[in-house]
Every structure is written in C-alpha cells, then in structure tokens.
Design a binder for this molecule. Structure first.
Ligand SMILES: [Zn+2]
Length: 266
C-alpha cells in the first residue's frame, strides 16, 4: 500500500525512548500505560507485551483499544483522526487491499463490521434478559424498516453505498446535527458536507440511513434521531444493552450478572 504512516509511526509521536524504557507523553512507562488501558478496558484485552508489540509494529490495536489509548492521553480530534487513519490503513494492508481498491469504503466497512459482530457469550439466564432488553431498544432481526429494507447484516452494506451518494440539496442541507455517537469511533455529530464527516464504515452507513429518511420528507429531525438510535442499537447490541443497563437507577441481581458478562465480552 505504498508510502504512508503506519500505526507504529504515528504512535511514535506520543512516547520517547529513554534507553530501554518507553515513556509516554503523560509520563507513564509502558507497564503503567498498559495498566491504565487494562483498567479502562474492564480488566481485559491488553497487557504490556501487547502494547509493546503495537508500538513495535508487530501487532495492531483493535479500534476499541486505540480509542482507550487516545482517551488516556487526552488526544485532540485531529490527533485521534491520524491514529485511526493509520490503523485503518494497516488493517487494510493486512487484508491485502490496495489503495486503488474500487470500493475502499466497503473494504473499511467490512473490517469494522466483522470485528463488532462477534457472538456474544452469555449464560442462559443473561441471554434471556439480554433479549428482553434488545426487544425494547432495538428492532428485531429481519423486521421491515420504514426505509423499505429489513434490519439485517446486509443492509449495513446497502446504507454505506447510500452514505457516499450525493443527494439533492433538500437532503444535504438537513443532514447536519444528528447525534451519530458509536462505541468504535470518536466522531459524534454530523456536519454539512460528506467531506467534513468521519468516513468509517459505520458512520457512512448511518449517514445513508439519515439521508434515506430525509429523502422521504415526512420525518422530523427528532423522529429520524430516534430511528437512528435504534439502528445504532441494532449494529452494536452489546454496547447498547450495556449503556441501557448502566443508565438504570436500580439493578436486579439478574441485571447485575448480565452487566458483568457484557463487560467481560467487550
Ligand atoms: Zn467513524
């Protein structure tokens, strides 16, 4: 994939080497940084050997790990963007995609889709409660949406192609200011003009959804936002159930168990 900055090159801006020691911008050692990440990632996924491999370029962060890394260093949006872009390109490189891939958006989308649709390992008790919660916050699989497609994995790809499409000015002018916060990316609100918005797979799919609703000219901004939230829950069921539980005032013992199992699976 030609010359570009790999993740390890961009990460190199955030630490110095002092002899054998690595010191991050926030004055933490490799071990301390790994420990902070481990803590934020709910005691899983990372340790100092993983972090060491990432900065040496023999392993890649997951999107979630990179987000945590950025949060700890309190990086600006611009800094985050360059790290995420490098990670995406490295992941594409791993898949043997090339820069002139006809549909680079789809390639990106595939990466983020596959990494977030892992099966959820839950005990039987939790599984039942999880399904009850999903019935409240998200549409059922294969249920028909008002956009004429069923809620399914394939509509994700359908909406990505809509997301990159240029609509008429009525739609484009109303596109700004939707809350598109998702767990894997730090971009939160749409702004006018596709070029000014995040172009990760999930965000493109969400733009496609917004624009298709706008095109119908019958939904208010608020109503589209509500529908969008349900699509997000559909795409990120674990996270959606987690935030639903975290926002409850009181938790039953079953809810506490589910919460624990969800955290462990993220
Ligand atoms: Zn994004």
């Amino acid at each position: 994939m030609g010359n570009y900055l790999h993740l390890k090159d961009v990460i190199a801006k955030y630490y110095i080497r002092d002899g054998n020691r690595v010191v991050f911008r926030n004055n933490t050692s490799l071990n301390q940084m790994a420990l902070k990440m481990w803590d934020k990632l709910h005691f899983s996924e990372i340790d100092s050997s993983v972090l060491s491999k990432v900065i040496n370029g023999t392993r890649l962060f997951t999107f979630k790990q990179l987000k945590t890394f950025c949060d700890i260093l309190e990086l600006s949006k611009k800094e985050r963007r360059s790290l995420f872009n490098a990670l995406i390109k490295d992941k594409l490189g791993e898949m043997n995609a090339t820069e002139n891939t006809d549909n680079i958006h789809l390639a990106l989308a595939k990466i983020s889709y596959s990494s977030h649709q892992n099966t959820i390992k839950l005990s039987n008790k939790s599984k039942r409660l999880f399904e009850e919660i999903m019935a409240i916050i998200a549409p059922r699989l294969n249920q028909k949406s008002k956009l004429g497609v069923k809620y399914s994995a394939s509509c994700y790809y359908h909406f990505i192609t809509k997301g990159v499409y240029k609509y008429n000015s009525f739609v484009e002018n109303k596109f700004a200011n939707f809350d598109v916060a998702i767990p894997i990316c730090d971009f939160n609100k749409t702004v006018k003009g596709l070029e000014n918005n995040c172009k990760c797979g999930y965000h493109l799919a969400l733009y496609g959804i917004i624009k298709e609703y706008l095109k119908k000219r019958i939904f208010t901004h608020e109503r589209i936002q509500n529908k969008l939230n349900r699509w997000v829950s559909f795409f990120f069921p674990k996270y959606a159930a987690l935030s639903y539980l975290e926002n409850l005032d009181t938790l039953s013992s079953d809810s506490k168990l589910l919460l624990k199992e969800l955290r462990a699976s993220i």
